[in-house]
Ligand binder design. Structure first.
Ligand code: 4AD
Ligand code: MG
Length: 503
């Protein structure tokens, strides 16, 4: 495919030895005497373009030399394969046309603080990190649809404006609907259950909203969730569906985005291990682990490791600061400055972890049966496993009204959370649904929900009720896990958080 007479960087492999024109933006450049190295990006990749004095008109050579980062341009030249070059190909430039020069682009290749980058997200999307994440997000979303479409599921678009609350009422966003208060949807599940009674296997996929007052790395106020719902399924069937689904997403990302994962520094080797079966723990077993000597030893070992890391980072910082005091080339000085910014933010993170370690250890040791697992508890359990872990059978009082009570053990519900490994925590929540009319009425009343809003939902238990269940997978949390991003705000193009809606 061509791009108005030009070639995409991703197609250069088919054009070796030929003259092509690339249309893109100047990502980075450096000049050394009679030669300039321009890194161009075009949305499909990066390409190093070499401009030699004498091979292009002198006036153009000078213009290119002073061209600012993110100027738009076309460059024409001969394609060469070069393994050392970014992307593996180079262009020996014979001509170029500047489309729109950019002056003082605010985001330089040096490091910037996260607040600055969030305020400039409209521009930051052009950075390599955001570009790689965007490509991976595309694959994840494509894999989600492909998995369900290829496995007999029907896509159902559930409403965003709803009267019912699917999850905790405290996190509802209220909307004034012609004078009536209604909510932005927290989940498509309730409506999806009604569709499951028509189509058998269904899924919905869209944005969901939660007025989360927490500012943790795992919470957005607007996030994307995919939810399958299946008639005639039990908890075991749901776990199998979930592990096959997650393994499929991981396999697709490994196939399509290996390079992007590597650029982001993701742990590709660990992702290769993500195949069924995943680990299965009951909530009660998870509590036993949290309060065990094994967990205490694990956390103590982690503290030692963190302190070593801290020492190592501090050593490198001192070394770089010394270098900066001496006589060094400008490019080296800039490179050191960028590394120092990175190291200082890494150090701050390690310091936070060192500070939190004893608090988390205490929370875990004092954990009592009955509470929902907290973020730090999930982190500990997931850190102690190298593959995703299902935690099932939570106490009824800690979970949503719609979850089916285990008839063999009335204190717990037939639900599960899937914890991603290596500390990422919950990426899926799901359950078998209460299918008994009277029990559901009791649960709705116990939770203080307005039963009038649930008449239609209760009807599903009146007319041909069947065992059924489903789950929801958070797209941004999944991407954060796959890419190794610490904060899920990096995994959606325009994040919405309690204290941040910039763009
Ligand atoms: O565990 P949750 O709340 O489950 C439900 O909403 C069910 N109704 C789903 C179902 O059974 N159909 O949310 C499901 C997933 C979580 O595991 C997490 O990945 C993601 O949605 N999630 C969030 N992601 C980002 N920001 C938030 N505030 C999130 N809350 C939940
Ligand atoms: Mg949950």
């Amino acid at each position: 495919m061509t791009n108005k007479g030009s070639t995409f960087i991703s197609n250069l492999k088919d054009n070796i030895g030929q003259q092509v024109t690339l249309a893109g933006w100047l990502y980075n450049s450096r000049a050394s005497g009679k030669i300039q190295f321009l890194i161009i990006r075009d949305g499909t990749g990066l390409c190093q373009c070499i401009v030699e004095k004498g091979k292009v008109p002198d006036e153009l050579f000078e213009q290119l030399k002073h061209l600012g980062q993110e100027s738009s341009l076309t460059v024409t030249g001969m394609v060469r394969a070069d393994e050392r070059s970014v992307g593996g190909y180079e262009l020996a430039v014979t001509d170029a046309e500047i489309i729109s020069p950019a002056v003082d682009y605010p985001i330089t290749p040096k490091s910037h603080g996260i607040d600055f980058l969030l305020k400039n997200r409209h521009l930051h999307l052009r950075s390599q990190g955001q570009w790689c994440i965007g490509k991976i997000r595309h694959t994840v979303i494509d894999a989600i649809r492909r998995f369900f479409n290829d496995n007999g599921f029907i896509l159902i678009d559930t409403p965003i404006l709803t009267a019912t609350a699917g999850e905790e009422e405290q996190t509802l966003f209220k909307v004034d609907y012609f004078g009536e208060p209604i909510n932005l949807t927290q989940t498509g599940q309730l409506h999806l259950e009604s569709a499951a009674m028509s189509f058998g296997r269904v899924y919905c996929f869209g944005p969901t909203f939660r007025a989360e007052k927490s500012k943790t790395r795992r919470h957005l106020t607007e996030f994307w969730m995919v939810e399958p719902e299946v008639a005639f399924i039990d908890l075991g069937g749901l776990l199998e569906l979930a592990e096959n689904f997650v393994s499929f997403i991981v396999a697709q990302v490994l196939q399509e985005n290996r390079g992007h994962l590597e650029t982001l520094g993701a742990d590709v080797a660990s992702l290769e291990k993500i195949k069924p079966p995943f680990y299965r723990l009951t909530y009660t077993e998870a509590v036993d682990i949290l309060t065990s000597q094994k967990a205490r030893d694990f956390l103590a070992g982690q503290l030692v490791e963190l302190k070593n890391q801290k020492e190592h980072i501090e050593g490198r910082i001192t070394q770089l600061e010394e270098e900066q005091k001496g006589q060094i080339k400008q490019w080296k000085r800039d490179k050191n400055a960028a590394e120092l910014i990175e190291l200082r933010s890494e150090l701050a993170e390690v310091d936070t972890k060192i500070e939190n370690n004893p608090k988390h250890a205490e929370l875990a040791a004092e954990f009592r049966w009955g509470k929902d697992l907290g973020g730090s508890d999930e982190t500990i359990i997931s850190q102690m496993h190298d593959k995703p872990v299902f935690v099932t059978h939570y106490p009824k009082q800690a979970k949503a009204f719609y979850m089916k009570t285990d008839r063999d053990s009335e204190k717990v519900v037939l639900n599960f959370d899937l914890l991603a490994p290596a500390g990422f925590g919950e990426i899926i929540g799901g359950s078998v649904r209460e299918d008994d009319y009277d029990r559901l009425v009791t649960r709705i009343n116990e939770q203080g929900l307005n039963i009038e809003n649930y008449g239609w939902y209760l009807d599903l238990r009146k007319y041909g009720s069947v065992p059924h269940g489903g789950f929801g997978l958070g797209v941004e949390r999944t991407i954060a896990w796959l890419t190794g991003e610490k904060h899920i705000r990096q995994c959606i193009p325009f994040p919405r958080m309690m204290d941040k809606v910039y763009i």
